[in-house]
Design a protein around this ligand. Structure first.
Ligand code: NIG
Ligand code: FE
Length: 408
């Protein structure tokens, strides 16, 4: 397939899949008036129209349109049952997210719903959500468990994710988040639940190859840094690298603990102090920001500028989940990053593509336009400039989705 007359080919990767950090986050290489050749499921070649090959391939004329690498959404909880607009109302009337969680709402509310939902229904609903985000331009996605909170139900979610990997054209990675909350039945025995995660669940998850990563919600309403460390250590024993929810509401040592255990990423970071930024500077752990979550629960946004200006990379993801982000729309995340966190459009696009791929260890195959990478791209509607994408925050500007070299 040959895409011709591309107004701007965005995210061209000349130094092949380097993570973008600090000042380099602003650099988003492009080619004006370009062509892009896809062969089978890979990117074969690209260049300026003057050098366009003369071929009989399937040709798409992209006059006035731009081509982007597909979004890499490195943090979602896309397998869930039901919705939580009752809590949405409660927040409008003055309750906070943490107060709702303490009353047995929040994650426990979703766990109750999920336990009563058959696997086929979860699969069908999650597949529909994947189709929706595919049309918004996402080509790579991470999906967590964490609404089961029992052996049976955590495995049920992870098996749904495994089936999604087989039937979806998106590239999917699975994360085991048994430590999302302490379930009701272990309210007086949190140690019992940690033991269940480490001794019962983890061996089965690893045995069936159901997860690529392990996650813990390190927060006052969930698990302490010391508990998080124990679960990360147990995960490593089974080859599951950590990607950790931390610093959503409190600075309590989650970043330090995650860096100590070589976490791939630390996610949320609505609150982060100077010592934690220093700690991240001496690590390969990727700060992953999820601005639609504080947008939706009306909390403050992560200090992206401070993080980038300290020379660090940032990845952006949706956090698609029924409690804090009932949306999997990456273009809205990019708009929020620009408007609320003062990231430049180029920085936000790098954070949503190549750096997102890094946060899933998929940078060799996804996240930019480079020869030999998987042909996951989207063609926009006619747009005047790159900045128009975050600027026109309410429009879906994705016109054609191509995954694995095929038009979807
Ligand atoms: O990333 N913070 C923890 N987990 C999710 C929300 C979970 C929920 O409220 O259902 C998040 O925001
Ligand atoms: Fe999350």
């Amino acid at each position: 397939m040959l895409i011709k007359n591309i107004k701007t080919l965005v995210g061209v990767d000349e130094d092949f899949c380097k993570i973008k950090k600090g000042a380099a986050m602003k650099i988003l290489p492009t080619i004006e008036n370009a062509w892009l050749l896809l062969e089978k499921d890979k990117i074969a070649d690209f260049g300026k129209m003057e050098t366009c090959p003369d071929r009989d391939d399937e040709i798409i004329d992209a006059t006035g349109k731009m081509v982007f690498p597909s979004w890499c959404d490195s943090h979602t909880h896309l397998v869930f049952a039901g919705s939580r607009e009752g809590e949405f109302r409660d927040r409008i009337e003055g309750l906070s997210y943490q107060e709702i969680a303490q009353r047995g709402g929040g994650i426990l509310n979703s766990a109750k719903k999920l336990r009563n939902t058959p696997e086929e229904v979860l699969l069908e609903n999650a597949f529909q959500r994947l189709e929706e985000v595919k049309n918004f331009g996402t080509g790579v996605i991470e999906i967590k468990s964490g609404y089961g909170l029992s052996v049976e139900s955590e495995l049920k979610i992870l098996r749904v994710i495994q089936k999604l990997k087989a039937i979806s054209s998106l590239k999917i990675k699975a994360t085991f988040l048994g430590a999302h909350a302490v379930p009701m039945e272990f309210k007086e025995n949190r140690e019992g639940y940690i033991q269940l995660i480490i001794k019962d669940l983890l061996p089965q998850v690893a045995d069936e190859g159901l997860a690529d990563y392990i996650d813990v919600f390190c927060e006052k309403v969930a698990f302490s840094p010391a508990e998080t460390e124990r679960i990360m250590e147990a995960g490593w024993k089974y080859g599951l690298k950590p990607k950790i929810h931390t610093n959503q509401f409190n600075c309590m040592g989650g970043i330090e603990a995650s860096v100590k255990h070589n976490a791939i990423s630390v996610d949320h970071l609505e609150v982060v102090n100077d010592a934690e930024i220093e700690c991240l500077k001496n690590s390969n752990t990727i700060p992953t920001l999820l601005p639609s979550a504080p947008f939706f629960i009306n909390d403050h946004f992560p200090p992206a500028r401070k993080i980038i200006d300290a020379g660090l990379p940032v990845a952006l993801a949706t956090d698609f989940n029924p409690g804090t982000t009932p949306s999997g729309r990456m273009s809205f995340v990019i708009s929020l990053a620009c408007i609320k966190m003062k990231m430049l459009p180029e920085e936000a696009i790098n954070a949503a593509t190549i750096n997102g791929a890094y946060a899933l260890e998929l940078q060799k195959d996804y996240g930019s336009i480079a020869k030999g990478k998987v042909a996951n791209v989207f063609i926009t509607k006619p747009i005047p400039s790159i900045a128009f994408l975050p600027y026109a925050f309410g429009s879906n500007l994705v016109e054609t989705v191509i995954l694995n070299g095929k038009v979807e």
